[in-house]
Ligand binder design. Structure first.
Ligand code: HBI
Ligand code: FE
Length: 290
């Protein structure tokens, strides 16, 4: 597994100059961050070893993509300057901005929910500044630049998905006001991190948690892994675990479906907040397996 990050990570209350140091568990330099938690990318910090690690990760994942990744992910990746080493965010942003109006901003790592949502709503995707160490190729607790850039950015080149992500960010404030962050985070997990899509050639992965991880990529489409037709209410109630191979995936038919689902969120979030959570991997009699 790789990149099982975040989820219930407690970064709320972290702040530049807030007086309390970030939890030791978070690796980034939060003291250097601006009020919106952005930092300079500082390409000079990435030496030859970082670029070699990136290329190793890139080549390993690229080999798995033809059989496993959604066509929009592969098209987006091919258009981005990601193949040769840790990418320069300004160069990648120039490509992304032309496609969907999104840009990348560098951050120290996980950032508080309100800051994360505000960036998404403004079409800024927060990308962690640092790269995992060579001994962490297969698993890292926090998201790093490989997970954030390689995993998330290719699909932001797809217009309907890009619109969905901005709408998701805009709903973050409402979810926080409703006390419904947990269901909103589950939605991100099950779709943005671990979603599958049905294409003409069969099921393909588009989630960043899958496609930035060799083990998740091999596992997601294997026989015997339950795959459910995406149901918004179901996904909002489904708990997850961040440190094991995902036991269940949701399947969409197109990216417009995700954007359309955002219109239902104000109504469904309070219900999901008050409902009993569905345990990770549990199957219900009403589930429609794909
Ligand atoms: N910060 N950098 C970063 N990346 C995330 O994916 C992230 C975050 N902060 C909060 C957060 N995710 C989640 O709480 C939301 O997806 C719900
Ligand atoms: Fe992620």
């Amino acid at each position: 597994m790789a990149n099982k990050h975040r989820a219930e990570a407690k970064v709320e209350g972290l702040g530049p100059g807030a007086g309390s140091p970030p939890p030791a568990a978070l690796r980034g330099n939060y003291a250097a961050a601006a009020a919106d938690f952005t930092v300079p990318q500082r390409m000079a910090d990435h030496g030859a070893a970082d670029h070699a690690t990136w290329r190793l990760l890139y080549r390993r994942q690229a080999a798995l993509l033809p059989a496993q990744a959604a066509s929009a992910f592969r098209a987006g990746l091919a258009a981005l300057p990601f193949a040769d080493g840790v990418p320069d965010f300004a160069a990648a942003s120039a490509v992304l901005r032309r496609a969907t109006g999104w840009v990348l901003v560098a951050v120290p790592g996980l950032i508080p929910d309100h800051a994360f949502f505000a960036h998404l709503a403004a079409r800024r995707f927060p990308v962690t500044q640092w790269l995992r160490r060579p001994e962490e190729l297969d698993y890292i607790v926090e998201p790093d630049v490989f997970h954030d850039a390689f995993g998330h950015v290719p699909l932001l080149m797809q217009p309907a998905f890009a619109d969905f992500m901005a709408a998701y960010g805009a709903l973050g404030a409402l979810a926080m006001a409703q006390g419904a962050l947990r269901p909103l985070a589950r939605l991100y997990w099950h779709l943005v991190e671990f979603g599958l899509i049905r294409e003409a050639g069969g099921l393909r992965a588009f989630g960043a948690g899958i496609l930035s991880s060799a083990a998740e990529t091999r596992h997601a489409l294997q026989a015997g892994v339950p795959r459910l037709r995406f149901d918004l209410g179901r996904a909002l109630r489904t708990d997850y675990e961040i440190d094991r191979l995902q036991p269940l995936h949701f399947v969409i038919d197109d990216y417009a479906e995700l954007f359309a689902a955002m219109a239902e969120l104000p109504r469904l979030l309070p219900a999901a907040r008050d409902a009993a959570p569905i345990p990770p991997g549990a199957l219900l009699p009403t589930d429609r397996q794909v």
